[in-house]
Design a protein around this ligand. Structure first.
Ligand SMILES: N[C@@H](CCC(=O)N[C@@H](CS)C(=O)NCC(=O)O)C(=O)O
Length: 202
């Protein structure tokens, strides 16, 4: 399999999962400014959406969308990073994946652009805060967002919450978030994915 990624982007979530599960996946770096690969290939020819992540299976089939790729990877080793399909616990993980994708991941959108007006930026940060409060509440009840064990939802949540550092979004009002980020950062798979993304060979 191949995982198309850009350093620090949301593709970091499946990159963590690849390392958590020890899956044989080749990481392929995409330059998101030019939408090209290192050999000059137009990335839109690979993924017409122009987005990372993209997972390419060994038969050439391609799968997109973070929440779907994460579950596809988890299901290569059932019972590890996602509860079995069809169980309520699985739907709970899917509920979080969807919330992280649509409410948190995309909630950061306006903050990436330097020309976003201050009022829009403030509104985006306030909306993110309401969502962070819900995550904080979940983390008060259990060690990870969907329960007592690390799941693919945590790989995604960790990835997007980390952007608060780069984008200077204050998470001090929800102290469990900083504790969670520090704890997840220590996982060997997170460190391995980080090292892989910063390797000059990629
Ligand atoms: N709905 C997509 C969103 C993916 C996404 O937003 N990817 C960003 C990086 S975090 C990207 O590739 N942006 C490049 C672009 O907009 O051209 C998914 O869930 O995979």
């Amino acid at each position: 399999m191949k995982l198309y990624f850009a350093p620090g982007a949301c593709s970091f979530a499946p990159h963590i999962v690849v390392h958590e599960l020890g899956l044989p996946v080749q990481a392929v770096k995409v330059d998101l400014r030019s939408h090209t690969l290192a050999d000059g290939t137009d990335y839109y020819a690979v993924n017409p959406k122009g987005y990372v992540p993209l997972l390419e299976l060994d038969d050439g089939t391609r799968l997109a969308e973070v929440a779907v790729i994460l579950q596809y990877l988890a299901d290569r080793k059932p019972g590890t990073l996602a509860p079995p399909l069809g169980t309520l616990e699985r739907y709970r993980v899917m509920e979080w994946l969807n919330f992280i994708a649509t409410e948190i991941h995309k909630g950061f959108g306006p903050l990436w652009y330097p020309d976003t007006p201050a009022a829009t930026r403030e509104k985006a940060i306030a909306a993110l805060g309401r969502r962070f409060a819900l995550v904080d509440e979940a983390l008060a009840r259990h060690a990870y967002v969907a329960g007592e064990t690390f799941t693919v939802a945590d790989a995604y949540l960790y990835t997007v919450l980390n952007w608060t550092k780069f984008l200077k979004v204050d998470i001090a009002p929800w102290p469990r978030l900083a504790e969670y980020l520090a704890r997840v950062a220590q996982r060997p798979a997170v460190q391995a994915a980080k090292a892989a993304e910063s390797s000059p060979a990629k």
